[in-house]
Design a protein around this ligand. Structure first.
Ligand code: SF4
Length: 337
């Protein structure tokens, strides 16, 4: 019996769902997953996944026609169970139209389309909240990502071609939500390049930020090299680059979850959002940098595109020294001077 999971949210949400996939796979074997074309490569190599069904909800899968096509595809598979972690009407309708007999979703979703409704915990880490779909009292799952030998070789070749050797620090300066971007990654890269190499990770949309960091490092005359992997490394190659890094410095965005999945110490910088939302790092060496006591913080669940008050104090007040101190606290750069 193959179960179905539909998770078409953001990349980070897909990584956060991997413990649920593993739990379900442990019961009845690898699961099938509907996800976005962007996230599909992350799951294609995952041992808990039998098949990835790529659904382009913003392209070919748009509208009612796309929904019915997806439902037809799913109906042909005769799944017995569908797990629906994403609070999305389209997702709930797809499972219902596909006539999957058992459809498990959260109470704050589309409960009239589910057969099994689970309460969504209000607190705790998102990984544990999602695990509630598989049953009560399941916590502590660890996110996982799997790379191939080709991914590892390509990452090594990319770093080698740009003269970046271990030890290096990975920086992830991007976020689709502008208010979640810490504005001093250039200065951080410059300071760190006196001690270690720098690899900037992110998607094609972060390429400009990555170039700024690389230019700052080159202009700063540091001993070590920097390379911009944004949009040049694939998702799995980016995960591999993060795995090889001594530490990742990131905003509250997808690379944070990548680092958790590959076991790399993480410095997570939080601005308009807070770790209590359930998306913070939780490794023993991980560090959070945030500004306590700012009355406007947090200002939205995802973080607005820009600061509604104009000053962006939640991020601008977090200094280079704060982040450097957090990096030291991870212990990742000890004995590297
Ligand atoms: S309103 Fe406050 S928390 Fe929100 S972005 Fe601005 S400074 Fe940050």
């Amino acid at each position: 019996m193959t179960s179905l999971v539909i998770q078409t949210a953001f990349l980070g949400d897909v990584v956060l769902t991997t413990p649920l996939l593993e739990t379900l796979a442990g019961r009845h074997g690898p699961v099938d997953v509907v996800t976005t074309p962007a996230a599909a490569p992350l799951l294609e190599t995952h041992p808990a996944v039998r098949r990835v069904i790529s659904f382009d909800k913003k392209g070919r899968g748009r509208g009612l026609g796309g929904l019915f096509r997806l439902a037809r595809t799913l109906r042909a598979e005769r799944y017995e169970w569908a797990y629906l972690p994403h609070r999305s009407l389209r997702t709930a309708l797809a499972a219902w139209l596909a006539r999957v007999p058992r459809r498990v979703g959260f109470a704050d979703g589309w409960r009239w389309l589910y057969t099994d409704v689970r309460p969504r915990p209000k607190t705790g880490h998102e990984v544990d909240r999602l695990l509630v779909l598989a049953g009560p009292a399941l916590t502590g799952g660890a996110m996982t990502l799997t790379t191939t030998a080709e991914d590892r070789a390509a990452t090594e070749a990319f770093l080698g071609a740009h003269g970046v050797e271990a030890p290096f620090v990975a920086l992830a300066p991007g976020s689709i939500w502008g208010s979640k971007r810490w504005p001093y990654y250039r200065e951080l890269g410059q300071r760190l390049a006196g001690r270690v190499g720098i690899v900037v990770v992110g998607g094609p949309e972060d390429a400009g930020l990555g170039e700024e960091v690389v230019r700052a490092v080159e202009g700063g005359g540091g001993r070590w090299r920097a390379v911009n992997g944004c949009g040049k490394l694939t998702l799995r190659q980016s995960a591999e680059a993060i795995r090889r890094a001594a530490v990742l410095v990131t905003n509250d965005s997808a690379p944070l979850h990548f680092a958790q999945a590959v076991g790399t110490p993480t410095v997570a910088i939080f601005g308009s959002t807070v770790p209590a939302f359930g998306f913070g790092p939780r490794g023993p060496r991980d560090q959070v940098v945030e500004l306590d006591g700012l009355p406007c913080r947090p200002c939205s669940a995802h973080g607005p595109p820009s600061c509604p008050l104009g000053h962006h104090r939640c991020m601008r007040s977090l200094t280079l020294e704060d982040v450097l101190h957090a990096i030291e606290e991870t212990g990742a750069l000890r004995r590297r001077d």
